[in-house]
Design a protein around this ligand. Structure first.
Ligand SMILES: Nc1ncnc2c1ncn2[C@@H]1O[C@H](COP(=O)(O)OP(=O)(O)O)[C@@H](O)[C@H]1O
Ligand SMILES: [Mg+2]
Length: 741
C-alpha cells in the first residue's frame, strides 16, 4: 500500500475542569482521518502486529471490552485510527511514568472527523504526548513492515521527551505526594505557579504549600533552621543533645577550637545543605586546611563541632509528631587489584538502579570528579580517583548523603519525643531532623547520639520511595496536618460553591443567590455574564462565565462563598471552574443552536453537556432542578446529593412524586412561594407580593426567582432572611449597575 495521508489534528482543547467527558482535566483533540477513514486497523496489513510489537503493554489496555487484551481484540477486529491514537498516547504517558487510565474517542457528524480525549494532569505534558503519539502512529501506519521507520530506539526517545516534559512542567515528587493525598481526601488543588506552589482547597478554606513548606511554616523558624549554630544553641538550652562546637574564621582558629572540643571533629558550613562542604572525622592538623576552605566555599561561615559516631538519620516531624524516619547508608567499594577507584565507583555504585540524576531516584549518582568532599575523603585514605585499590581492600566513598533506608518503626519513643521537641523549639510545623546515632532504637543520651541539624522544607522522597523498607504516607500526614478532620458538615478545604447552568435567567439567579449569601454574612464572589464581583464590588464588567474568571474567585483567600453562572459554552470550551459544588442549578437546555462549533446540532446532546453541573454536586450538596423540563428531571438520578425541584406548577408529576418520597420542592401557590418538604408546606416569610417579578416583561423571572430561593434554601440560609433579601433585591433587580462602584 502506498504512503497514507497524515491524520490532521484540527483543534486541541485543554478542558481544565469537569466537562462532557469526565470530571477531571482532559486534552480534547478534534482530528480528521482523511482517506484513512476507509482504513480501520484490520484493513492496514500488518499494522496491528507492528504496533503491538512496538508497545507490548497495550495488552493491558482493557478498552471497552473490559478485560486484559481488550484493546488488542479491537485492533484485530478493526477500529479507527483516532481510537488507536488515544491508546498510543495513553501508553506513552504510562511509559513516561504519568499513568493515565481515561480516554475516549467519538465520531462526529462529519465523516472522518473524531473527537479524541484523554486524561491530562498537565497540559504541556499532554500536548507533548499527543505530538509524540501522532508521530509514532503515522510511522507505524506507513512503515510497511521494513522496520526502518520507527523502532524501539525512536520509542525510547519519545518517552524520554515526554518524561522531560513531566520533569519540566509537573509537580516535583514531594509536592505531588501531598497533592495526591489531598485528592484522596477529595480536597481540590490549584497550582499557583509553574513550580511547586500549590493551593489546596478553595477560597477562604484553602491552605498553601510550597514543596514541603506550608503556610504555617514560620519564616523566622526557617531562618533559625538555616543557621546551624543558632539552631544548636536554642536546642541545647532546651536540653536537646547537640554536638558542641563553635564558629571559626580561620584554619588556625578551627584547629584551636578542635583542641578544646576534642578530636575527632567535623568542619562544615554553618548554612550549607545536601551535605556539601562537610568534612567528617578530622583527626590531624593537616586535614584542616582543605576542610576549612571547602566549608567556606559552601556557606557564609565555618563551624567546627564534635564528631558524633554513628549512622546518619533523617526524622520527619509533621505537626508535632514524628511520622517517618530513614537511616543513611555509607557507600564503599571493594578493590579488585585492577580497576581504579573511579571505575569501581561506576561498576559497583552507579549501576545501582536506585541511583539516577532526576528527582525521582532515591539516590544520586556519585561523581568523584565534581564532588570535592569525596576527593578529600579519598585523599585522607591516601587515594585518588585514579588509584587502584588492592584486591579486597574496602574504600569508603561516601559517608553521608544516602539516607534512604526506612527505620520508622525502630525509633525509640524518647528519640521521637526529642525530635518533635526540636521541631517545636525551632518553630517549624514540618521539619526534617538530622540525627547521628549508633542505634536509633535507643535513647540518644545512652549512646552519645545528637541532633546535628534541623531542616525546613525537607525532601520527602526518602520516605516515599525508600531504597529499603516500607514507603511512609508522609503526603497524607502533611495533608492531615493542614486539614484536620472537619468538625462541621462542610468537607475539608471547601467553601460553598454554587453553579448555575443554563441560558434562561441564569445571571439573575446567580446574582440573587450571591446577594442572599452576602446578606447571610459571607464574603461572596460572583462570576456571571454581568461581570466578576466580590461582595458586590465589580472587578471586571465583562462576561465572566468563563474558567479564568472562576479561578480568580477560588484563588481569593477572602472568598467564603462563590457563585458561578455557567453556559454550555463554558462547559464545552474549558470545563467548569471548580471540581465539585455545594449547589448545582439547571434551568433549561436551550441554546444548542449556537453550538455548531462543538458539533451540537440539536437539543439532545445538551443533556450530556449540562449534566456536568449535576455530576459535580457533592454528596453533602443539592441539585436544584427545573421540574418543568422532563430531560432535566431525569438528571436527578445523576446527583450524588439531594435534589430540590422547582417549578411554577405544583401539580407537575416530577414535583408530586418527589414530595411523595419526602423530597423538597419550591413552587407557587396563590401568588406565594411555597417551600415544601414531603407533605409539609411553608410560605416563604416576608415575601407577600411578587408584583415586581410578575410585572416584569421577562417571562422567566418567576422561574428564576424560584430557582434562586431553592438554592438559598439548599444552602441553609434562614427563610426570613431569604424573604427579606428577595424583597430588597427586587428594588434593584434589573439594575446590575447599582452594584458597580
Ligand atoms: N557533628 C557531626 N558528627 C557526625 N556526623 C555529622 C556531624 N555533622 C554532620 N554530620 C554528617 O554530615 C551530614 C550532613 O551534615 P548536616 O549538618 O546535616 O549538613 P547539610 O545541611 O549539608 O545536610 C549529616 O547528616 C551527618 O551524617
Ligand atoms: Mg543535613
Amino acid at each position: 500500500m502506498s504512503k497514507k495521508d497524515d491524520i490532521q489534528l484540527l483543534r486541541i482543547n485543554y478542558l481544565r475542569g469537569p466537562n462532557i467527558w469526565t470530571y477531571r482535566p482532559v486534552l480534547e483533540t478534534w482530528l480528521d482521518l482523511g482517506p484513512l477513514e476507509d482504513f480501520p486497523s484490520n484493513l492496514l496489513p500488518g499494522f496491528s502486529d507492528r504496533l503491538v510489537a512496538l508497545m507490548p503493554a497495550l495488552v493491558e489496555h482493557h478498552c471497552g471490552v473490559g478485560e486484559r487484551g481488550g484493546f488488542i481484540e479491537r485492533l484485530h477486529e478493526g477500529t479507527w485510527l483516532g481510537h488507536v491514537l488515544e491508546h498510543v498516547v495513553i501508553e506513552l504517558l504510562n511509559l513516561a511514568d504519568m499513568p493515565t487510565g481515561f480516554g475516549q474517542t467519538r465520531s462526529t457528524s462529519q465523516r472522518g472527523v473524531y473527537r479524541m480525549v484523554f486524561r491530562a494532569r498537565d497540559e504541556q505534558v499532554a500536548r507533548s504526548a499527543l505530538a509524540e503519539g501522532h508521530r509514532l502512529l503515522m510511522a507505524v501506519v506507513n512503515s510497511n513492515g521494513d522496520g526502518s521507520a520507527y523502532g524501539s530506539t525512536e520509542l525510547r526517545g519519545a518517552v524520554e521527551r515526554v518524561r522531560a516534559k513531566v520533569d519540566e512542567c509537573y509537580l516535583g515528587p514531594s509536592t505531588a505526594a501531598i497533592v495526591a493525598a489531598a485528592t484522596e481526601r477529595r480536597i481540590p488543588h490549584i497550582r499557583l505557579n509553574e513550580g511547586n506552589l500549590v493551593q489546596l482547597g478553595y477560597g477562604a478554606a484553602q491552605r498553601r504549600i510550597w514543596t514541603a513548606e506550608t503556610e504555617f511554616t514560620s519564616a523566622i523558624a526557617e531562618g533559625i533552621a538555616g543557621d546551624k549554630d543558632l539552631t544548636k544553641s536554642l536546642l541545647a538550652s532546651c536540653g536537646v543533645p547537640v554536638p558542641e562546637g563553635e564558629i571559626v574564621d580561620s584554619v588556625q582558629a578551627a584547629w584551636e577550637a578542635a583542641q578544646v572540643i576534642g578530636l575527632p571533629v567535623v568542619v562544615k558550613p554553618s548554612d550549607g545543605n545536601h551535605g556539601r562542604g562537610v568534612s567528617l572525622d578530622l583527626k590531624t592538623q593537616a586535614q584542616f586546611e582543605d576542610a576549612f576552605h571547602l566549608a567556606a566555599r559552601h556557606g557564609s561561615e565555618v563551624m567546627v563541632e564534635r564528631f558524633v559516631r554513628g549512622h546518619e538519620h533523617r526524622l520527619l516531624v509533621v505537626g508535632g509528631r514524628m511520622v517517618a524516619a530513614a537511616r543513611g547508608e555509607t557507600a564503599s567499594i571493594i578493590g579488585d587489584g585492577r580497576a581504579s577507584v573511579a571505575e569501581l565507583v561506576e561498576s559497583q555504585l552507579n549501576t545501582d538502579p536506585r541511583r539516577g540524576a532526576s528527582e525521582d531516584f532515591p539516590l544520586n549518582p556519585i561523581r568523584i570528579d565534581t564532588d570535592t568532599a569525596i576527593q578529600l575523603d579519598l585523599q585522607r585514605q591516601g587515594l585518588t580517583a585514579d588509584a587502584v585499590p588492592a584486591a579486597g581492600q574496602e574504600v569508603m566513598i561516601q559517608r553521608n548523603g544516602n539516607v534512604s533506608i526506612d527505620c520508622t518503626d525502630e525509633v525509640h519513643p524518647e528519640v521521637e519525643h526529642i525530635v518533635s521537641l526540636a521541631a517545636r523549639v525551632v518553630g517549624l510545623d514540618i521539619a526534617g531532623v538530622d540525627i547521628v546515632a549508633q542505634d536509633i532504637s535507643k535513647p540518644l543520651h545512652l549512646q552519645g547520639g545528637a541532633i546535628v541539624e534541623v531542616n525546613a522544607g525537607p525532601g520527602l522522597l526518602m520516605h516515599l520511595k525508600p531504597a529499603k523498607g516500607a514507603p511512609r504516607p508522609v503526603g497524607r500526614a502533611i495533608c492531615d496536618h493542614l486539614f484536620p478532620q472537619a468538625a462541621d458538615d462542610m468537607p475539608s478545604g471547601r467553601i460553598p460553591v454554587i453553579g448555575i447552568a443554563g441560558s434562561r435567567g441564569t445571571q439573575n439567579i446567580a446574582r440573587m443567590v450571591a446577594w442572599l449569601l452576602q446578606l447571610s454574612g459571607r464574603y461572596t464572589g460572583l462570576a456571571c455574564r454581568n461581570g466578576l464581583f466580590l461582595d458586590g464590588r465589580c472587578l471586571d464588567a465583562g462576561d465572566c462565565t468563563h474558567w479564568q474568571a472562576g479561578q480568580r474567585l477560588l484563588i481569593n483567600r477572602a472568598v467564603e462563598a462563590a457563585v458561578f453562572e455557567n453556559t454550555a459554552d463554558t462547559i464545552l470550551r474549558t470545563g467548569l471552574a471548580y471540581d465539585r459544588c455545594q449547589v448545582g442549578v439547571i434551568t433549561d437546555l436551550d441554546g444548542w443552536d449556537q453550538l455548531a462549533e462543538f458539533d451540537i446540532l440539536d437539543e439532545e446532546p445538551m443533556f450530556k453537556v449540562m449534566r456536568s453541573q449535576v455530576d459535580g454536586v457533592l454528596p453533602e450538596g443539592v441539585a436544584v432542578l427545573n421540574a418543568a423540563h422532563p430531560a432535566i428531571v431525569n438528571m436527578a438520578d445523576l446527583c450524588d446529593g439531594e435534589v430540590i425541584f422547582y417549578a411554577l406548577d405544583p401539580a407537575l408529576d416530577a414535583i408530586a412524586t418527589h414530595l411523595d418520597t419526602g423530597g423538597r420542592a419550591v413552587f407557587l401557590r396563590q401568588g406565594q412561594v411555597v417551600l415544601a418538604t414531603g407533605n409539609t408546606e411553608i410560605f416563604l416569610p416576608g415575601l407577600d407580593k411578587l408584583a415586581v417579578w410578575q410585572g416584569r416583561h421577562d417571562p422567566t423571572a418567576e422561574d428564576s426567582l424560584l430557582a434562586a430561593i431553592a438554592a438559598a434554601w439548599a444552602l441553609g440560609i434562614p427563610l426570613n432572611l431569604i424573604g427579606a433579601g428577595v424583597e430588597a433585591f427586587e428594588s434593584s433587580a434589573g439594575q446590575p449597575e447599582k452594584t458597580l462602584p
